[in-house]
Write a protein that binds this ligand. Structure first.
Ligand code: 9UX
Length: 69
């Protein structure tokens, strides 16, 4: 299992945090996601054989937020 912290910009309330958490945890291979509103970031524990960081960033962007590299 690996861990990565990605930037997540555009979150403005706890609902956004829940939304981002949900889309990340919905990805097969994502074990856990801890999303920080204040930190504008998400720390994700994942299986790199099953999911890529690029796929996480794409999921966040599809949910309406920005996930710059
Ligand atoms: Mo808060 Mo975010 O009212 O997707 S849920 S702005």
């Amino acid at each position: 299992m690996s861990e990565v912290t990605i930037k997540v910009e555009g979150m403005s309330c706890g609902g956004c945090v829940n939304n981002v958490t949900g889309v990340l945890k919905a990805l097969p291979g994502v074990e856990d996601a801890q999303v920080s509103l204040e930190g504008a970031s998400a720390t994700v524990r994942f299986d790199p054989a099953r999911v890529s960081v690029d796929a996480m960033r794409a999921a966040v962007e599809n949910a309406g937020f920005e996930a710059p590299a």
